[in-house]
Structure formats: structure tokens, C-alpha cells
Design a protein around this ligand. Structure first.
Ligand code: ADP
Length: 193
């Protein structure tokens, strides 16, 4: 199982990714969680990332590429993974393709030829805003939320077509009860990987 979870902020990627990773006993790799841990620990990376995150902007690609490269090379990533929140830009996706050539388990193939699948959870904007405001994370105030949605539409949404063109896209309606979304994901993803 090599899965990328996409979708706007508040779509429920983190929740679903965590559930399925536990079920399938593979690591759930959330770049947002990794970055927040660096911010709390005040590491050099965290200090660089914090202002971007607080503003609702993307953290520069190079920092994310370093994080993901290091994480993907850890032994527990050999058996598969769910990547949550990465790639978020076309440059990150291109980098990830070359990284997949190098990490074990991909058999030296590039991302284009791998068995990765990219899941998109689709949820309308008004539902997203309501969900994020009730979640109340530090970057969940109305102004930042609006900015994150705009950044998502501009920089991340194009990746849906990128993966669809390669027939790696799995599109799921995320505007339903959590359990229904989980069930549909399980059905769509298990069996044929
Ligand atoms: P959400 O999807 O709910 O907005 P995440 O936890 O995935 O939240 O990410 C929180 C913040 O961390 C983002 O707004 C962004 O600043 C930063 N971030 C996470 N992943 C990436 C990434 N792949 N590229 C750039 N920035 C990222």
C-alpha cells in the first residue's frame, strides 16, 4: 500500500489516513504533524516553518522535500505508507517521483510506474470552513482558513489532474459520515493493490 491523501484542509484526510494506516499496519506520515512537532520542539526547521504555517501559506518546497526524503528512508516505510499532506505542489510531486525511484520497495521505478494511488477527498468549501472553525487548531482562525483554501485551490488542486492523467487517482466524496467515508476508502483501496 503506497497511498497519497489529498484534499482541502478540513476534508478529513488526517482522520481517515490515521484509521486506515492503523488497520493496515503501515505508517501514517503527516507532514503537518511532523512540522507541528518541529515547531513545538523549536528545532531550526520548526523556527523556519512557523511563520508560514501561522499565515496559512505553504512551507517552502525544499524543507518539505528534506523531511519526506528522510522519513521515507526509515525502515518502517518499506512495507508501505499513507502520506498525508504531501505532495502539495507540482514541484513536490515531481520530486516525489524521483524519490520513489530510490527508496526500496518501488523496485527502481519512477512514481509514474509505481503502484501508488492518490486519494482525493472532495468536500465543499462551506462545509470545510465550518469543520475547521469547530476544530480550533492554532492555524484554524477565519483569515488563515480562507488563505489555506485559496492556497489549496491554486497550488494543490492541480495535482488531482496530475494523478488522474496517470490513472492513479481515487476520488471519494468526503462530505458524508466519517464511517461511510472509511468504508468507501477501504472498498476502493483494498484488494487490487
Ligand atoms: P490541513 O490540511 O488541515 O491544512 P496540515 O496539517 O496538512 O493541515 O498542514 C498544516 C500546515 O503545514 C499547512 O498549512 C502548511 O503551512 C504546512 N504544510 C504541511 N504539509 C506541507 C507541504 N507538503 N508543503 C508545504 N507546506 C506544508
Amino acid at each position: 500500500m503506497q497511498l497519497i491523501f489529498m484534499g482541502p484542509p478540513g476534508a478529513g484526510k488526517g482522520t481517515q489516513a490515521q484509521l486506515l494506516a492503523a488497520l493496515w499496519k503501515i505508517p501514517h506520515i503527516s507532514t503537518g504533524d511532523i512540522l507541528r512537532a518541529c515547531v513545538v520542539a523549536k528545532t531550526p526547521l520548526g523556527l523556519k516553518a512557523q511563520a508560514y504555517m501561522d499565515a496559512g501559506d505553504l512551507v517552502p518546497d525544499q524543507l518539505l522535500m528534506d523531511i519526506v526524503q528522510e522519513r521515507m528512508n526509515q525502515p518502517d516505510a518499506n512495507a508501505g505508507w499513507i502520506l498525508d499532506g504531501f505532495p502539495r505542489t507540482v514541484a513536490q510531486a515531481a520530486f516525489f517521483d524521483t524519490l520513489l525511484c530510490d527508496v526500496s520497495g518501488a523496485g527502481g521505478k519512477s512514481g509514474k510506474d509505481c503502484d501508488i494511488r492518490a486519494v482525493n477527498l472532495d468536500v465543499p468549501d462551506n462545509v470545510l470552513v465550518t469543520r475547521l472553525l469547530s476544530r480550533g487548531r492554532q492555524d484554524d482562525n477565519e483569515e488563515t482558513i480562507r488563505r489555506r483554501l485559496q492556497v489549496y485551490r491554486e497550488q494543490t488542486e492541480p495535482l488531482i489532474e496530475f494523478y488522474r492523467a496517470r490513472e492513479q487517482l481515487v476520488a471519494v466524496d468526503g462530505d458524508r459520515d466519517m464511517e461511510l467515508v472509511t468504508a468507501e476508502l477501504q472498498q476502493a483501496l483494498s484488494g487490487d493493490s
